[in-house]
Design a binder for this molecule. Sequence first.
Ligand SMILES: [Fe+2]
Length: 339
Amino acid sequence: MVETKWGQQAEALAQGRLDAVILNDWYAIASLAALSPGTVQSARVLDQDLVIWCGQDGTVQVWADRCPHRSVRLSRGKVVANTLVCPYHGMVYDTTGQCIQVPAHPDYVPPKQACVRSYPVQVQYGLVFVCLGDDPSAIAPFPEWTDDQFVKALAGPYPCQTGGYRAIENFLDLAHFAHLHTGILGDLEFPQVGDYAVTTDDRGVHFDDIHIWQPDPMNTGQGGFVTYAYSAFRPLTAYFRKTTPDGDCLTIWYVVTPVSEAECIGWMWMALNFIDASQTDDAIAFQDKVFEQDRDSLESHNPKRLPLDLTTEFHVPCDRGSLAYRQWLKQLGVTYGTL
Ligand SMILES: [Fe+2]
């Protein structure tokens, strides 16, 4: 992989902290709806500063956020037609990242190395994804995306001062419901967690048939028994499907972007088969509330990186899902953000 020798990512690669699985995965960096022609934004993924810009033709580019001339941030620049112009000396870059114009020398032809590193971009599920590696994997499926029975609502982004796998583990964890989501997803009178099955296959790690009672599982003000099925499809993409005996169903497709080994940003697509489109704001507000209840605990993790050495923390029977997730990460060869 070609990389600037100034980048922290290059340092992580050199130190063996950054592995191929994490480097070649796709990470959500913007909502497509927030990118209109002419928009320039910054993002940070795997310790790499990025500029996201949208040309006047609507095409989205994601590049290293550094002008190769004097190393200033291109995200402070502006879009002119389908080019990005550096704020410092007005260098003009075309959609391939090549410098095509130097205002101080109108007749100067910039050399080939006057080129910004660009990254593969995919727009999927209304989100812009970037891959920083040269051998991109696949974006995990969101099963309800094309199912018209479900209304979709995007919650987040949720920036969080913890490692991405801690955020995923929290998403997959039921035993904290009684304590952090009292009165909504759990009840202090009933903190017990029953047995559940865990399987690992080539689609990831899955926990099935988890039956629990929740005081207000669907934000309807009604308590009831629900059944959960969870999956971690990718190291930083997880999913659950929660159903009531009446057939009401909420699924959440959760993608977590690793800003660094200790910071992340979560994006949650919800799919609900029991509301209409006018109720999506309520569904998002509910998810915002649940995430804020999780935040203090999430950000207090020490270490923020996830220990794959299972002797670092102790485990109880209902942690079998978290153990399977950690073992799977180890099997995949994930090193970034782990200990
Ligand atoms: Fe939670």
